[in-house]
Design a protein around this ligand. Structure first.
Ligand SMILES: Cc1cc2nc3c(=O)[nH]c(=O)nc-3n(C[C@H](O)[C@H](O)[C@H](O)COP(=O)(O)O)c2cc1C
Length: 215
């Protein structure tokens, strides 16, 4: 594990979208801890529709770079986590979700109606609605991973600059998969990115209703 642990508050305050990585390999146990943080994320009905492909081999990172508008950091990162959603996952996973839930104390009354509720909710989704649903879940999981990696002393780079079809081809993804984002993880090479700053809280946060400032 990387030797410098940060608090979550430090990781959030100091994180930058890393412009360039030095490519040193990540120990497998660190990578597992980062992935595990993502798998702990919350999801609607606990359906966990995220799927992740971890790309580490130099050949595959090179192919992935070509599918990502030639972004050098895709090839330089120690690992790139390709964060996807599975539009059909819920069809197969309801029973597993219920089994896990029961083991953790899910009330039978909830379990009895959950599979119908899940199916009623998701089966009518258009392609666009499904992609929206997948996007929000996959990004929560990716954010858990990104912050865990930063806490552990790694540098990270979230990326949306990729071509869906090309990434599908490189990773041989099933048709039901929707690629949401890439997360490069490694150690910064050279100077870090400038701090782009953030809008004032009054610009983006309201109290009780739209337009009222939070005091
Ligand atoms: C979902 C998402 C996608 C992004 N895609 C890219 C990308 O493809 N390439 C890139 O260089 N930076 C990308 N970024 C990084 C942003 O440009 C960066 O987060 C933003 O400028 C704020 O900088 P900071 O993260 O260092 O605070 C992405 C960030 C997010 C959250």
């Amino acid at each position: 594990m990387a030797d410098t642990r940060k608090t979550l508050a430090q990781a959030i305050a100091e994180r930058r979208a890393t412009p360039s990585f030095d490519g040193t390999p990540i120990p497998a146990e660190d990578l597992k801890q980062i992935l595990d943080a993502g798998l702990h994320a919350p999801s609607g009905y606990n359906m966990q529709p995220w799927r992740f492909v971890v790309v580490q081999s130099p050949e595959q990172r090179k192919r992935l770079r070509a599918a990502s508008y030639n972004q050098a950091k895709v090839e330089e990162a120690s690992a790139v986590i390709v964060a996807c959603g599975d539009a059909d996952g819920w069809r197969k996973d309801v029973d597993l979700m219920l089994q896990l839930g029961r083991e953790g104390g899910m009330p039978e009354s909830y379990a009895a109606q959950a599979s119908t509720s899940v199916s009623n909710f998701l089966s009518g989704f258009s392609r666009e609605q499904m992609h929206g649903w997948l996007n929000k879940h996959v990004m929560i999981a990716l954010t858990h991973m990104m912050l865990m990696a930063e806490v552990m002393g790694y540098d990270t780079a979230p990326m949306e600059g990729f071509e869906q079809d090309k990434v599908h081809e490189v990773l041989r993804l099933p048709m039901s998969y929707w690629v949401v984002a890439l997360l490069g993880i490694g150690h910064l090479k050279g100077p870090d990115k400038y701090n782009g700053g953030r809008f004032e809280i009054s610009h983006t946060v309201f109290s009780e209703e739209f337009g009222k400032p939070l005091k």
